[in-house]
Ligand binder design. Structure first.
Ligand SMILES: [Fe+2]
Length: 382
């Protein structure tokens, strides 16, 4: 009775605002895959529900509702949601809120709903078609340490950034549904992700654990894959999924990894992608890959396998495609591999596991600022 009384205080229109206990939104919303004309919203409900997103845009006669529909069925009786908002215009601000109806019972011929809840209204701005410059905040190798992620975001130019990039190994392994939320997603929602997207580059540790295969339920996979290309004005951002570090045949993988083939598939895709008119017209070309394609020293241990494969497969493509900069993590140490006419024609910046990178790309080139947890900085201009 008391609970019902408290809930009624939050009554807004014909739905209840989400409250701390009872049926509620418990993770998100967070923006993924924001482009000039669409965005995908991720969020969860505390119990099984039918959920959707309401969106308002300037000049729209009324609020539009977006659902996930598969094969004629609206996604429902689920808790993890991934809802794509389409038909947007470049460089425009939109407002949105989540709605969910709890599904108490789901019989073949009768559905019994419980409470309906709504989130607060939030906003986002689509990527403009023309941009003089773009900027990103980059963090890698957080390894489940959400407090460190918060500290590093606090040392960054988060306010000015178009997106945050998590460059892999934000978790150590996934063996529980809460791991990605606790490790980096909830802190992102608190600090920016309701209004500004993050791009998650998969690291080798996100492939580990008995729930590693569910990582795509937490982060967007545009076109259904973890490798892709994003455009921000005159800047192309290539995202690669470098897979595991050791050979597929290593005993710790138990015979169920096929990353050598997967890296070759990505090389074939990239070879075609860089021939596109859009890419060839792009001024600045940046690659994000968790494991670097070259190290200043050779690593002949099993852990060095992926680096050798990446070097062989991708460095010739990067050279031909005139890549300006490769950004990596994985090593937990800071390295800069300078461009060399007989090897990599592009510099490689490897960020350590206790610094944040502010990257700005524009007419004047690419500027990288690295700030460690103590606030000391290092500027590199390419
Ligand atoms: Fe790693």
């Amino acid at each position: 009775m008391l609970k019902r009384l408290i809930l009624s205080l939050f009554f807004a229109g014909n739905v209840l605002l989400s409250v701390a206990d009872g049926f509620r939104f418990n993770h998100g919303p967070y923006l993924q895959n924001l482009s000039s004309n669409e965005v995908t919203l991720f969020f969860t409900t505390s119990s099984r529900a039918f959920s959707w997103v309401e969106v308002k845009g300037d000049g729209w006669e009324k609020t539009r509702c977006f659902y996930t529909v598969n094969d004629g069925l609206v996604q429902a009786y689920n808790t993890q949601n991934e809802i794509k908002i389409t038909g947007l215009e470049p460089g425009r601000e939109y407002r949105y809120r989540l709605i969910a109806k709890e599904m108490k019972q789901f019989h073949p011929y009768k559905i019994i709903y419980g409470d309906s809840i709504a989130s607060q209204w939030e906003s986002f701005t689509t990527v403009p078609e023309k941009m003089d410059s773009c900027s990103f905040v980059i963090i890698n190798d957080g390894h489940d340490d959400a407090r460190k992620v918060a500290r590093l975001l606090g040392c960054s130019q988060l306010e000015k950034a178009d997106a945050v990039i998590y460059l892999g190994d934000m978790t150590s392994h996934i063996d529980n549904v809460d791991v990605p939320y606790k490790g980096f997603i909830d802190v992102s929602v608190d600090m920016f992700a309701r209004n500004k997207p993050f791009i998650a580059v998969r690291g080798n540790h996100e492939t580990r654990g008995n729930m590693g295969r569910s990582y795509g339920n937490y982060v967007a996979r545009p076109n259904g894959r973890f490798f892709n290309i994003f455009y921000y004005g005159e800047t192309a951002i290539i995202v690669l999924d470098t897979g595991e570090d050791k050979p597929d045949t290593h005993p710790v993988y138990g015979g169920i990894n096929r990353f050598d083939d997967y890296r070759r598939e990505q090389a074939r895709w990239l070879e075609q992608e860089v021939k596109s008119k859009r890419f060839r017209k792009t001024r600045n070309r940046i690659v994000l890959m968790h494991i670097p394609p070259i190290l200043p020293r050779e690593d002949n241990s099993p852990e060095g396998h992926a680096i050798k494969e990446l070097s062989k497969l991708f460095v010739p493509i990067f050279n031909k495609a005139k890549i300006d900069l490769v950004l990596s993590g994985h090593m937990h140490r800071h390295y800069v591999v300078n461009a060399h006419p007989d090897a990599n024609h592009f510099p490689i910046v490897i960020n350590d596991n206790k610094s944040v990178v502010d990257l700005k790309s524009g007419k004047e080139g690419i500027k990288v600022k690295i700030t460690n947890e103590n606030g000391s900085t290092n500027d590199i201009i390419f």
